[in-house]
Design a protein around this ligand. Structure first.
Ligand code: HSE
Length: 433
Protein backbone atom coordinates (compact mmCIF):
# COMPACT_ATOMS: atom_id res chain seq x y z
CA UNK A 1 0.00 0.00 0.00
CA UNK A 2 1.23 3.51 -0.74
CA UNK A 3 2.80 5.63 1.99
CA UNK A 4 3.08 9.40 2.32
CA UNK A 5 6.24 11.42 2.82
CA UNK A 6 6.59 14.02 5.59
CA UNK A 7 4.59 16.69 3.80
CA UNK A 8 1.82 14.35 2.75
CA UNK A 9 2.86 13.58 -0.83
CA UNK A 10 2.41 9.98 -1.90
CA UNK A 11 5.77 8.24 -2.04
CA UNK A 12 5.45 6.51 -5.39
CA UNK A 13 8.93 4.97 -5.14
CA UNK A 14 7.88 3.12 -2.04
CA UNK A 15 4.70 2.04 -3.80
CA UNK A 16 6.56 0.54 -6.71
CA UNK A 17 9.14 -1.22 -4.55
CA UNK A 18 6.91 -2.82 -1.95
CA UNK A 19 4.71 -4.50 -4.54
CA UNK A 20 2.07 -2.11 -3.25
CA UNK A 21 -0.14 -2.08 -6.25
CA UNK A 22 -3.70 -1.02 -5.63
CA UNK A 23 -6.06 -3.73 -6.84
CA UNK A 24 -9.37 -2.30 -7.98
CA UNK A 25 -12.57 -4.23 -8.68
CA UNK A 26 -14.99 -2.41 -10.96
CA UNK A 27 -18.75 -2.74 -10.59
CA UNK A 28 -19.81 -1.95 -14.17
CA UNK A 29 -17.85 -1.43 -17.36
CA UNK A 30 -19.80 1.22 -19.25
CA UNK A 31 -18.42 4.57 -20.49
CA UNK A 32 -17.04 5.66 -17.10
CA UNK A 33 -15.80 2.17 -16.12
CA UNK A 34 -13.94 1.89 -19.43
CA UNK A 35 -12.41 5.35 -18.93
CA UNK A 36 -11.28 4.31 -15.42
CA UNK A 37 -9.54 1.19 -16.73
CA UNK A 38 -7.96 3.17 -19.59
CA UNK A 39 -6.58 5.81 -17.22
CA UNK A 40 -5.47 3.25 -14.62
CA UNK A 41 -3.32 1.62 -17.30
CA UNK A 42 -1.35 4.88 -17.47
CA UNK A 43 0.24 4.46 -14.04
CA UNK A 44 2.79 7.12 -14.91
CA UNK A 45 0.01 9.70 -14.57
CA UNK A 46 -1.61 8.36 -11.45
CA UNK A 47 1.55 7.76 -9.38
CA UNK A 48 0.76 4.50 -7.59
CA UNK A 49 0.24 1.51 -9.84
CA UNK A 50 -3.44 0.70 -10.12
CA UNK A 51 -4.48 -2.72 -11.38
CA UNK A 52 -8.03 -3.28 -12.48
CA UNK A 53 -8.21 -6.81 -11.12
CA UNK A 54 -11.71 -7.57 -12.39
CA UNK A 55 -15.05 -6.11 -13.41
CA UNK A 56 -18.62 -7.10 -12.73
CA UNK A 57 -20.79 -7.07 -15.86
CA UNK A 58 -24.25 -8.43 -16.60
CA UNK A 59 -23.05 -10.99 -19.17
CA UNK A 60 -19.31 -11.68 -19.34
CA UNK A 61 -19.67 -13.77 -22.52
CA UNK A 62 -20.84 -10.67 -24.43
CA UNK A 63 -17.57 -8.75 -23.88
CA UNK A 64 -14.72 -10.57 -25.69
CA UNK A 65 -11.35 -8.79 -25.53
CA UNK A 66 -12.24 -6.80 -22.39
CA UNK A 67 -9.50 -4.88 -20.59
CA UNK A 68 -9.63 -7.09 -17.45
CA UNK A 69 -11.12 -10.38 -16.18
CA UNK A 70 -14.93 -10.20 -16.19
CA UNK A 71 -17.49 -11.89 -14.02
CA UNK A 72 -21.20 -11.65 -13.42
CA UNK A 73 -20.82 -12.95 -9.87
CA UNK A 74 -20.16 -10.24 -7.27
CA UNK A 75 -19.15 -12.73 -4.56
CA UNK A 76 -16.33 -14.10 -6.73
CA UNK A 77 -15.17 -10.53 -7.37
CA UNK A 78 -15.18 -9.57 -3.67
CA UNK A 79 -13.55 -12.90 -2.69
CA UNK A 80 -10.62 -12.06 -4.98
CA UNK A 81 -9.54 -9.51 -2.33
CA UNK A 82 -9.56 -6.12 -4.06
CA UNK A 83 -8.11 -3.16 -2.13
CA UNK A 84 -10.90 -0.90 -3.41
CA UNK A 85 -14.25 -1.42 -5.11
CA UNK A 86 -15.26 1.21 -7.68
CA UNK A 87 -18.99 1.39 -8.38
CA UNK A 88 -19.83 2.79 -11.84
CA UNK A 89 -23.14 1.08 -12.52
CA UNK A 90 -25.31 4.16 -11.91
CA UNK A 91 -28.85 4.09 -10.50
CA UNK A 92 -29.90 2.68 -7.15
CA UNK A 93 -30.22 -1.11 -7.63
CA UNK A 94 -28.26 -3.33 -7.82
CA UNK A 95 -25.61 -0.66 -7.01
CA UNK A 96 -26.94 -0.21 -3.44
CA UNK A 97 -26.84 -3.93 -2.57
CA UNK A 98 -23.37 -4.37 -4.03
CA UNK A 99 -21.90 -1.30 -2.32
CA UNK A 100 -23.41 -2.41 1.01
CA UNK A 101 -21.91 -5.88 0.56
CA UNK A 102 -18.44 -4.45 -0.14
CA UNK A 103 -18.58 -2.02 2.81
CA UNK A 104 -19.80 -4.77 5.18
CA UNK A 105 -16.69 -6.73 4.19
CA UNK A 106 -14.55 -3.73 5.08
CA UNK A 107 -13.58 -2.95 1.47
CA UNK A 108 -13.43 0.80 0.73
CA UNK A 109 -15.86 1.86 -1.98
CA UNK A 110 -15.46 4.71 -4.46
CA UNK A 111 -18.50 5.81 -6.46
CA UNK A 112 -19.53 8.61 -8.83
CA UNK A 113 -23.18 7.65 -8.40
CA UNK A 114 -25.03 10.74 -7.12
CA UNK A 115 -28.42 9.01 -7.43
CA UNK A 116 -27.25 6.29 -5.05
CA UNK A 117 -25.57 8.58 -2.52
CA UNK A 118 -28.43 11.09 -2.54
CA UNK A 119 -31.05 8.38 -1.97
CA UNK A 120 -29.18 6.01 0.37
CA UNK A 121 -26.30 8.03 1.82
CA UNK A 122 -27.29 7.48 5.48
CA UNK A 123 -27.53 3.71 5.03
CA UNK A 124 -24.26 3.46 3.11
CA UNK A 125 -22.31 5.68 5.50
CA UNK A 126 -23.60 3.62 8.44
CA UNK A 127 -22.43 0.45 6.65
CA UNK A 128 -19.00 2.03 6.10
CA UNK A 129 -18.85 2.79 9.82
CA UNK A 130 -19.73 -0.82 10.69
CA UNK A 131 -17.16 -2.13 8.22
CA UNK A 132 -14.57 0.34 9.57
CA UNK A 133 -13.94 1.51 6.05
CA UNK A 134 -14.70 4.47 3.76
CA UNK A 135 -17.32 5.36 1.18
CA UNK A 136 -15.99 8.07 -1.14
CA UNK A 137 -18.05 9.92 -3.74
CA UNK A 138 -15.81 12.77 -4.85
CA UNK A 139 -16.66 12.32 -8.56
CA UNK A 140 -20.41 12.41 -7.88
CA UNK A 141 -20.46 16.24 -7.82
CA UNK A 142 -18.44 18.46 -10.20
CA UNK A 143 -16.88 15.29 -11.57
CA UNK A 144 -13.48 16.75 -12.45
CA UNK A 145 -12.84 18.76 -9.26
CA UNK A 146 -11.86 16.96 -6.04
CA UNK A 147 -13.25 19.51 -3.60
CA UNK A 148 -15.42 17.38 -1.27
CA UNK A 149 -12.46 15.67 0.36
CA UNK A 150 -10.63 18.97 0.59
CA UNK A 151 -13.53 20.53 2.47
CA UNK A 152 -14.32 17.44 4.58
CA UNK A 153 -10.76 17.37 5.87
CA UNK A 154 -10.58 21.02 6.82
CA UNK A 155 -12.21 22.94 9.66
CA UNK A 156 -13.52 25.44 7.08
CA UNK A 157 -16.01 22.79 5.94
CA UNK A 158 -17.62 22.82 9.34
CA UNK A 159 -18.54 26.47 8.98
CA UNK A 160 -20.18 26.41 5.53
CA UNK A 161 -23.70 27.77 5.63
CA UNK A 162 -24.55 28.58 2.00
CA UNK A 163 -23.91 27.02 -1.40
CA UNK A 164 -24.36 28.71 -4.77
CA UNK A 165 -23.46 26.35 -7.59
CA UNK A 166 -23.80 25.12 -11.13
CA UNK A 167 -23.84 21.34 -10.72
CA UNK A 168 -24.96 20.01 -14.09
CA UNK A 169 -22.60 20.05 -17.06
CA UNK A 170 -25.22 19.18 -19.65
CA UNK A 171 -27.57 22.08 -18.90
CA UNK A 172 -24.72 24.58 -18.55
CA UNK A 173 -23.47 23.37 -21.94
CA UNK A 174 -26.96 23.68 -23.46
CA UNK A 175 -27.50 27.23 -22.15
CA UNK A 176 -23.98 28.28 -23.25
CA UNK A 177 -24.68 26.93 -26.73
CA UNK A 178 -28.06 28.67 -26.90
CA UNK A 179 -26.46 31.93 -25.82
CA UNK A 180 -23.80 31.48 -28.52
CA UNK A 181 -26.42 30.94 -31.23
CA UNK A 182 -27.42 27.23 -31.27
CA UNK A 183 -30.69 26.76 -33.12
CA UNK A 184 -32.63 25.37 -30.16
CA UNK A 185 -32.42 23.44 -26.93
CA UNK A 186 -32.89 20.03 -28.60
CA UNK A 187 -29.93 20.59 -30.97
CA UNK A 188 -27.65 21.64 -28.10
CA UNK A 189 -28.83 18.71 -25.96
CA UNK A 190 -28.09 16.23 -28.74
CA UNK A 191 -24.56 17.68 -28.90
CA UNK A 192 -24.16 17.26 -25.11
CA UNK A 193 -25.26 13.63 -25.45
CA UNK A 194 -22.74 13.04 -28.25
CA UNK A 195 -19.94 14.41 -26.04
CA UNK A 196 -20.86 12.01 -23.21
CA UNK A 197 -22.04 14.72 -20.76
CA UNK A 198 -25.71 13.76 -20.47
CA UNK A 199 -27.33 11.08 -18.35
CA UNK A 200 -28.54 7.88 -20.09
CA UNK A 201 -31.97 9.53 -19.70
CA UNK A 202 -31.18 13.20 -20.50
CA UNK A 203 -34.52 14.36 -19.07
CA UNK A 204 -32.79 13.97 -15.67
CA UNK A 205 -30.42 16.75 -16.71
CA UNK A 206 -33.02 19.02 -18.34
CA UNK A 207 -35.56 18.72 -15.50
CA UNK A 208 -32.96 19.57 -12.83
CA UNK A 209 -33.23 16.16 -11.11
CA UNK A 210 -29.53 15.38 -11.60
CA UNK A 211 -28.52 18.70 -10.01
CA UNK A 212 -31.05 18.20 -7.20
CA UNK A 213 -29.47 14.83 -6.36
CA UNK A 214 -26.07 16.50 -6.23
CA UNK A 215 -27.43 19.30 -4.05
CA UNK A 216 -28.96 16.75 -1.62
CA UNK A 217 -25.54 15.07 -1.43
CA UNK A 218 -23.79 18.40 -0.79
CA UNK A 219 -26.24 19.49 1.89
CA UNK A 220 -25.51 16.25 3.75
CA UNK A 221 -21.77 16.45 3.18
CA UNK A 222 -21.35 20.12 4.10
CA UNK A 223 -24.34 20.74 6.36
CA UNK A 224 -24.99 17.23 7.77
CA UNK A 225 -28.66 17.65 6.84
CA UNK A 226 -30.42 14.68 5.21
CA UNK A 227 -32.71 15.94 2.45
CA UNK A 228 -34.81 13.92 0.01
CA UNK A 229 -34.11 14.95 -3.59
CA UNK A 230 -37.85 15.12 -4.26
CA UNK A 231 -38.29 17.69 -1.45
CA UNK A 232 -35.97 20.21 -3.16
CA UNK A 233 -37.99 22.75 -5.20
CA UNK A 234 -36.73 22.03 -8.73
CA UNK A 235 -37.37 23.69 -12.10
CA UNK A 236 -36.01 22.57 -15.48
CA UNK A 237 -34.30 24.69 -18.12
CA UNK A 238 -36.83 23.74 -20.80
CA UNK A 239 -38.90 26.94 -20.26
CA UNK A 240 -35.97 29.15 -21.33
CA UNK A 241 -35.43 30.65 -24.78
CA UNK A 242 -32.44 32.26 -26.46
CA UNK A 243 -34.12 35.66 -26.09
CA UNK A 244 -34.33 35.20 -22.29
CA UNK A 245 -30.56 34.65 -22.29
CA UNK A 246 -29.92 37.72 -24.45
CA UNK A 247 -32.08 40.00 -22.28
CA UNK A 248 -30.26 38.71 -19.19
CA UNK A 249 -27.02 39.90 -20.83
CA UNK A 250 -28.64 43.34 -21.39
CA UNK A 251 -29.37 43.41 -17.65
CA UNK A 252 -25.71 42.77 -16.79
CA UNK A 253 -25.92 39.05 -16.12
CA UNK A 254 -26.69 35.65 -17.52
CA UNK A 255 -29.09 32.78 -16.84
CA UNK A 256 -27.47 29.69 -15.31
CA UNK A 257 -28.78 26.30 -14.11
CA UNK A 258 -28.28 27.06 -10.42
CA UNK A 259 -28.35 24.87 -7.32
CA UNK A 260 -28.72 26.87 -4.13
CA UNK A 261 -28.90 26.00 -0.42
CA UNK A 262 -28.66 28.15 2.70
CA UNK A 263 -28.91 26.94 6.29
CA UNK A 264 -27.40 30.02 7.97
CA UNK A 265 -30.40 30.62 10.23
CA UNK A 266 -30.74 26.97 11.26
CA UNK A 267 -33.50 26.11 8.78
CA UNK A 268 -32.77 25.05 5.22
CA UNK A 269 -33.79 26.98 2.09
CA UNK A 270 -32.97 25.37 -1.24
CA UNK A 271 -33.83 25.34 -4.93
CA UNK A 272 -32.56 24.02 -8.24
CA UNK A 273 -33.41 25.81 -11.47
CA UNK A 274 -32.53 28.62 -13.83
CA UNK A 275 -31.50 31.83 -12.07
CA UNK A 276 -30.21 35.24 -13.08
CA UNK A 277 -26.51 35.48 -12.18
CA UNK A 278 -24.84 38.93 -12.32
CA UNK A 279 -21.58 39.13 -14.27
CA UNK A 280 -19.75 39.96 -11.04
CA UNK A 281 -20.55 36.46 -9.70
CA UNK A 282 -17.98 33.76 -10.57
CA UNK A 283 -20.71 31.31 -11.66
CA UNK A 284 -21.50 33.64 -14.58
CA UNK A 285 -18.15 32.78 -16.23
CA UNK A 286 -18.75 29.02 -16.41
CA UNK A 287 -19.06 27.92 -20.02
CA UNK A 288 -19.81 24.59 -21.68
CA UNK A 289 -19.87 21.58 -19.35
CA UNK A 290 -17.88 23.37 -16.64
CA UNK A 291 -19.40 23.45 -13.16
CA UNK A 292 -18.59 25.54 -10.11
CA UNK A 293 -19.51 26.03 -6.50
CA UNK A 294 -19.16 29.05 -4.24
CA UNK A 295 -19.35 28.18 -0.55
CA UNK A 296 -19.93 30.78 2.15
CA UNK A 297 -18.88 30.21 5.73
CA UNK A 298 -19.61 32.01 8.96
CA UNK A 299 -16.19 33.52 9.45
CA UNK A 300 -14.38 33.30 6.11
CA UNK A 301 -14.69 34.95 2.72
CA UNK A 302 -16.45 32.89 0.02
CA UNK A 303 -14.41 30.10 -1.61
CA UNK A 304 -14.96 29.12 -5.25
CA UNK A 305 -14.15 25.76 -6.89
CA UNK A 306 -14.67 25.20 -10.61
CA UNK A 307 -13.79 22.78 -13.39
CA UNK A 308 -15.11 20.01 -15.62
CA UNK A 309 -18.55 18.93 -14.46
CA UNK A 310 -19.18 15.96 -16.74
CA UNK A 311 -17.57 13.53 -19.15
CA UNK A 312 -16.08 10.03 -18.70
CA UNK A 313 -12.42 11.11 -18.62
CA UNK A 314 -12.84 13.88 -16.04
CA UNK A 315 -14.95 11.51 -13.91
CA UNK A 316 -12.41 8.67 -14.22
CA UNK A 317 -9.52 10.90 -13.08
CA UNK A 318 -11.36 11.92 -9.91
CA UNK A 319 -12.46 8.33 -9.23
CA UNK A 320 -8.84 7.19 -9.35
CA UNK A 321 -7.84 10.08 -7.10
CA UNK A 322 -10.42 8.74 -4.62
CA UNK A 323 -9.02 5.22 -5.06
CA UNK A 324 -5.56 6.38 -4.02
CA UNK A 325 -6.99 8.41 -1.13
CA UNK A 326 -8.90 5.31 0.05
CA UNK A 327 -5.79 3.26 0.65
CA UNK A 328 -3.28 5.88 1.74
CA UNK A 329 -3.04 6.05 5.53
CA UNK A 330 -4.00 9.47 6.84
CA UNK A 331 -3.19 10.95 10.22
CA UNK A 332 -6.66 12.48 10.40
CA UNK A 333 -9.81 10.55 11.31
CA UNK A 334 -11.90 9.54 8.32
CA UNK A 335 -13.29 12.69 6.82
CA UNK A 336 -16.08 10.81 5.10
CA UNK A 337 -17.77 8.77 7.83
CA UNK A 338 -19.30 11.54 9.90
CA UNK A 339 -21.40 12.85 7.05
CA UNK A 340 -24.66 11.16 8.14
CA UNK A 341 -27.32 13.83 8.12
CA UNK A 342 -30.17 14.96 10.37
CA UNK A 343 -33.49 14.62 8.51
CA UNK A 344 -34.63 17.97 7.11
CA UNK A 345 -37.09 19.34 4.51
CA UNK A 346 -35.98 22.47 2.60
CA UNK A 347 -38.18 25.54 2.16
CA UNK A 348 -38.26 27.21 -1.26
CA UNK A 349 -36.40 30.47 -1.75
CA UNK A 350 -38.17 33.33 0.03
CA UNK A 351 -36.87 36.82 -0.66
CA UNK A 352 -34.80 37.53 -3.79
CA UNK A 353 -34.57 39.83 -6.79
CA UNK A 354 -36.45 38.25 -9.73
CA UNK A 355 -35.87 38.03 -13.49
CA UNK A 356 -39.35 38.23 -15.06
CA UNK A 357 -40.65 37.47 -18.56
CA UNK A 358 -44.03 38.86 -19.64
CA UNK A 359 -45.61 37.78 -22.91
CA UNK A 360 -48.52 39.60 -24.63
CA UNK A 361 -48.62 42.53 -22.30
CA UNK A 362 -49.67 45.00 -25.02
CA UNK A 363 -52.97 45.81 -23.35
CA UNK A 364 -51.27 47.53 -20.40
CA UNK A 365 -48.70 50.36 -20.58
CA UNK A 366 -45.41 49.85 -18.75
CA UNK A 367 -46.28 52.47 -16.14
CA UNK A 368 -49.48 50.64 -15.21
CA UNK A 369 -47.51 47.41 -14.87
CA UNK A 370 -45.11 49.19 -12.51
CA UNK A 371 -48.07 50.50 -10.47
CA UNK A 372 -49.68 47.09 -10.29
CA UNK A 373 -46.38 45.51 -9.20
CA UNK A 374 -45.84 48.24 -6.60
CA UNK A 375 -49.26 47.56 -5.10
CA UNK A 376 -47.90 44.06 -4.30
CA UNK A 377 -44.63 45.42 -2.90
CA UNK A 378 -42.67 44.51 -6.05
CA UNK A 379 -40.41 47.28 -7.39
CA UNK A 380 -39.02 47.12 -10.90
CA UNK A 381 -35.32 47.87 -11.34
CA UNK A 382 -34.67 47.25 -15.04
CA UNK A 383 -37.11 46.86 -17.94
CA UNK A 384 -36.35 45.86 -21.52
CA UNK A 385 -37.99 47.33 -24.59
CA UNK A 386 -40.96 45.19 -25.57
CA UNK A 387 -39.77 42.86 -28.31
CA UNK A 388 -42.51 42.87 -30.96
CA UNK A 389 -40.61 40.56 -33.30
CA UNK A 390 -41.46 37.69 -30.98
CA UNK A 391 -44.89 36.08 -31.10
CA UNK A 392 -46.29 36.83 -28.62
CA UNK A 393 -44.51 40.14 -27.93
CA UNK A 394 -42.26 39.89 -24.91
CA UNK A 395 -40.94 42.18 -22.17
CA UNK A 396 -38.32 41.26 -19.55
CA UNK A 397 -37.62 42.96 -16.24
CA UNK A 398 -35.53 42.69 -13.12
CA UNK A 399 -37.07 43.47 -9.74
CA UNK A 400 -35.59 44.66 -6.48
CA UNK A 401 -35.51 41.94 -3.77
CA UNK A 402 -39.00 40.95 -2.61
CA UNK A 403 -40.68 37.83 -1.21
CA UNK A 404 -41.46 35.03 -3.66
CA UNK A 405 -45.12 35.19 -2.59
CA UNK A 406 -45.31 38.90 -3.58
CA UNK A 407 -43.90 38.41 -7.06
CA UNK A 408 -46.13 35.38 -7.63
CA UNK A 409 -49.21 37.36 -6.49
CA UNK A 410 -48.27 40.31 -8.73
CA UNK A 411 -47.80 38.03 -11.76
CA UNK A 412 -51.12 36.25 -11.12
CA UNK A 413 -52.93 39.61 -10.86
CA UNK A 414 -51.26 40.85 -14.04
CA UNK A 415 -52.16 37.66 -15.91
CA UNK A 416 -55.81 37.91 -14.95
CA UNK A 417 -55.96 41.64 -15.82
CA UNK A 418 -54.29 41.33 -19.23
CA UNK A 419 -54.27 37.64 -20.21
CA UNK A 420 -50.48 37.80 -20.46
CA UNK A 421 -48.22 34.80 -19.76
CA UNK A 422 -45.75 35.49 -16.96
CA UNK A 423 -42.68 33.54 -15.81
CA UNK A 424 -40.02 34.41 -13.27
CA UNK A 425 -36.71 33.04 -12.04
CA UNK A 426 -34.70 34.12 -8.99
CA UNK A 427 -31.56 36.21 -9.19
CA UNK A 428 -28.36 35.52 -7.24
CA UNK A 429 -27.58 39.26 -6.98
CA UNK A 430 -26.51 40.33 -3.51
CA UNK A 431 -25.22 43.60 -2.20
CA UNK A 432 -21.75 42.04 -2.01
CA UNK A 433 -21.67 41.11 -5.74
N1 HSE B 1 -25.15 14.29 -16.67
C1 HSE B 1 -24.29 14.80 -15.67
C2 HSE B 1 -24.00 16.27 -15.96
C3 HSE B 1 -23.01 13.99 -15.64
O1 HSE B 1 -24.25 16.70 -17.10
O2 HSE B 1 -23.54 17.00 -15.09
C4 HSE B 1 -22.09 14.32 -14.50
O3 HSE B 1 -22.70 14.08 -13.27
Amino acid sequence: MPVRDQIGRIDTTAVRHDAGRIRVALLGLGKVGTAVSRLAARSDIMGPIIDISGALVRDASQRPGACCPLTSDATTLFDSGPDVVVEVLGGTEPARQLVLAALERGIPVVTANKTLVAAHGEELLAAAERGDTALRYEAAVIAGVPFLGTLARRPLAGSIRRIEAVLNGTTNFVLSELEAGAADLCTALADAERRGFAEPDPSKDVSGTDAAEKLALLVRHLGTLAVATSDIPTTGIDGLTRLDLLRAIDFGGTLKPVAFADWSDGSLTAFVGPAFVPLTHPLSNLRGADNGIRVHGDHSPPVFFAGAGAGPDATAATILDDVVESVVPSDRPSAWRDRVGRRCCPAPLGRAPWFVRLQSIDRLPALDVADLFASYGVWMRRTSETDRRTVPSTTWLLTHPCPSASVQAALTALSSATGCRASCWPSLERDSD
